[in-house]
Design a protein around this ligand. Structure first.
Ligand code: ADP
Ligand code: ZN
Ligand code: ZN
Length: 677
């Protein structure tokens, strides 16, 4: 490329490696940026991507090691893709090479040039489909038409705000149709793998002669490579996937959709902790294409941007078919007579009666309890022993089905002891209630009813979630007990009652985002009930609560997201929390909490005198010890994104040398815009 044959290559070196991840090599031939190569690094040979030309470098070609191999069959990764990676690496404080290679399909690096050439040639023969098949589509409602017109007018990011069943997916389909008709590709992001088959089916049905591929972690490595290549070669028109799909290479990108944009799953929780939602917006703006953020309960970050006029709000106020949202009934658990020494009943008698009436009518009910297992802890009645995890600062959960005590943090599992390990007493009892116990209690309370349970335990095997969902759809289940897993996305036609069994904990959680998440979960759960107008009339959402007058529930009862958001935003503004400030979390893991804390203290000292920046003292996270590793974290707060970014970019490289001073420090990492603090 340059006269001296030097290329700068992004390689995957460890995050804090001293040498950086953009390295210079000598090349005999000119290479376009974005070309996949293999290069020597130390004694190894590693994959890399030619990153950019840098004519300002002195000509030192003589000292450079030559490239090992050029994988020229793969068309270069285009400039917009490299810009996205550059931006994400800088924003989330990771090395460019590390991120660039981490977001490519792992299988890609295993192919030699000849294998890759055969693969690419085979896929390239599958030219993009022609389109034009005539498929039945519903006539748009006035609101849908208005949303699509607005979308066609400008590429300003848009929030598509509408409850479940308001026709958001139809808007995605039409927006995608417009992009495809213009010869472009559409990228659709969903929060969870479980939701992809359903959406995939709807897109496939609508676009039978278009090539649609999915990208998520549930694919085999070979499938993921194939799908990624089809997108990169421009042979796939529609790419549907989870957060990692935001990095798909799309040469003809024309539209990005982020469905359920508020969902925490869009934030990657390890490595480069990126927000796929935020990157989707950046990518769309950079490419000048529209981005559609869909939700019934937008994230407060997105909502604030709408208030500021930076995003548009396209509203779908009516449910399709005119169905209302279910009536929300708050049941005051304080009204129940308390029997001394006994737990409150699982379900209040009126709720139980309402479920019974539905069983008689052949309708279904959905009970939400966000705690899997039988009971969160076992306790000895004599000495007070509790089923703690020896490796974590957490209780082990009692799973009755296989009589185990399982740690949900480190996975440590043992058979339930027959007697108390401390005093030998035989009377060890479960405390509290999880989904397993709720299912058992319901079966006893509703004799003859078919009570099913869906949670992470019941769906561990391949295809188990699908078969359990199919049973619910086929009407073979009267009452479904589940965790938040079932509250999302699934289109259950027969459900006319949804109940949140014990949602109060989130009202008073220390995490400032807990109320936002609870409101979203409950709205989404409410959306499961009564999706047809005729059912909607008798659909109900029950909330069992000790705080029936709480403002969050009052807003929920009115289905009033705007009021809820306004009150939350006022609180956040007063408390100096996002979206009015910008946060980063420095996390440290060590063999002892003292070491992790000392490292963070030293780090704080290096950055203490930054104007505008607040560095809070190190604190333990909610669960301090996991798998025998002690964790501490330190919060940084800045009034603007730029200030935070500028500070981090200068500060983090200075932390690396600190490491040597703290024996027993295992890892440290920064989380920009952390979701949970
Ligand atoms: P959401 O994505 O907001 O939950 P959907 O787009 O899935 O809503 O729409 C809900 C239901 O209404 C679906 O069964 C869909 O096929 C149907 N639907 C959507 N738009 C229309 C329309 N304009 N006319 C008739 N039916 C529609
Ligand atoms: Zn005991
Ligand atoms: Zn554990």
């Amino acid at each position: 490329m340059d006269l001296d044959g030097r290329v700068t290559v992004a390689v995957e070196a460890p995050q804090h490696a001293a040498l950086g991840t953009l390295l210079d090599y000598a090349s005999e031939q000119p290479l376009a940026p974005g070309t996949l190569v293999r290069v020597p690094l130390g004694r190894r040979e590693v994959p890399g991507i030619v990153w950019h030309r840098d004519a300002a470098l002195p000509a030192t070609a003589a000292q450079l090691r030559p490239l090992a191999e050029v994988l020229g069959a793969l068309p270069p990764l285009a400039a917009p893709w490299r810009r996205l990676v550059d931006f994400a690496a800088a924003y989330y404080q990771r090395a460019v090479g590390e991120l660039a290679l981490a977001v490519l399909p792992p299988e890609l690096r295993k192919l030699d040039p000849a294998q890759l050439e055969r693969r690419v040639a085979k896929l390239q023969r599958q030219a993009p489909a022609a389109g034009g098949a005539v498929v039945e589509r519903p006539a748009l409602t006035a609101e849908q038409s208005a949303a699509l017109e607005a979308l066609a007018e400008s590429a300003q990011p848009a929030l598509l705000h509408g409850v479940t069943g308001s026709g958001k997916t139809e808007v995605y389909l039409r927006a995608a149709e417009a992009a495809l008709a213009a010869g472009q590709q559409a990228l659709v992001l969903v929060p969870e793998i479980n939701l992809t088959p359903q959406l995939e089916a709807r897109f496939a049905e609508r676009f039978p002669d278009r090539r649609l591929v999915s990208l998520h972690s549930g694919l085999t490595p070979a499938q993921r490579l194939r799908h990624w290549l089809l997108a990169h070669l421009g042979a796939a028109d529609l790419v549907l996937g989870t957060r990692l799909a935001v990095f798909a290479s799309l040469p003809r990108l024309g539209l990005i959709v982020v469905d359920e944009e508020h969902d925490p799953s869009f934030k990657q929780q390890e490595g480069a902790r990126y927000s796929a939602r935020d990157l989707a917006v950046w990518r769309a703006v950079d490419a000048g294409v529209p981005v559609l953020l869909g939700s019934a309960t937008p994230s407060l970050e997105t909502w604030q941007r709408v208030q500021e006029g930076r995003y548009r709000r396209l509203a779908l106020e009516q449910r399709i078919g005119g169905g209302a949202m279910p009536r929300v009934r708050l049941f005051d658990m304080g009204q129940l007579p308390r029997e001394k020494g006994r737990d409150a009943p699982a379900l209040a008698p009126p709720l139980l009666a309402a479920i019974g009436a539905r069983i008689e009518r052949g309708e279904q009910s959905l009970l939400l309890l966000n705690r899997r297992g039988y009971a969160p802890v076992l306790q000895c009645g004599a000495c007070g022993w509790k089923s703690g995890c020896p490796h974590c600062s957490a209780w082990r959960v009692f799973h009755k089905a296989d009589r185990t005590l399982r740690c949900h943090h480190c996975g440590f599992t043992e058979r339930v002891p027959r007697a108390c390990p401390d005093c030998g007493n035989l009377d060890i009892a479960p405390i509290g209630r999880g989904t397993e116990k709720l299912q058992e209690q319901l079966a006893a309370l509703l004799p003859g009813a078919r009570v099913a349970r869906i949670d992470a335990d019941s769906t561990r095997g391949v295809g188990m979630l699908e078969s359990q969902l199919a049973e619910v759809h086929a009407g073979e289940v009267d009452v479904l007990v589940g965790t938040q897993m079932v509250a999302k996305g699934h289109d259950f036609r027969g459900i006319t009652l949804v109940a949140a069994v014990n949602p109060d904990a989130a009202l008073f959680a220390s995490d400032f985002r807990a109320p936002e998440r609870l409101f979203a979960l409950l709205m989404q759960a409410a959306g499961r009930a009564g999706r047809s107008a005729e059912q909607a009339a008798r659909s109900e959402m029950w909330i069992q609560t000790w705080h029936p007058r709480h403002a969050l529930y009052a807003a929920l009862q009115r289905h009033d997201f705007a009021a809820f958001a306004a009150s939350q935003l006022a609180e956040r503004r007063a408390a100096g929390l996002p979206p009015f400030t910008h946060l980063a979390l420095l996390r440290a893991e060590a063999k002892s909490a003292a070491v992790a804390g000392a490292f963070l203290d030293d780090a704080a000292a290096l950055g203490a005198d930054q104007p505008g920046l607040t560095v809070y003292p190190p604190v333990p996270p909610t669960v301090q010890r996991v798998a025998d590793v002690e964790r501490m974290q330190m919060l940084l707060e800045a009034p603007s994104r730029t200030q935070l970014q500028r500070f981090l970019a200068g500060w983090l490289p200075a932390l690396q040398p600190l490491r040597a001073r703290h024996k027993g420090l295992l890892r440290w990492a920064v989380d920009v815009d952390p979701l949970a603090i």
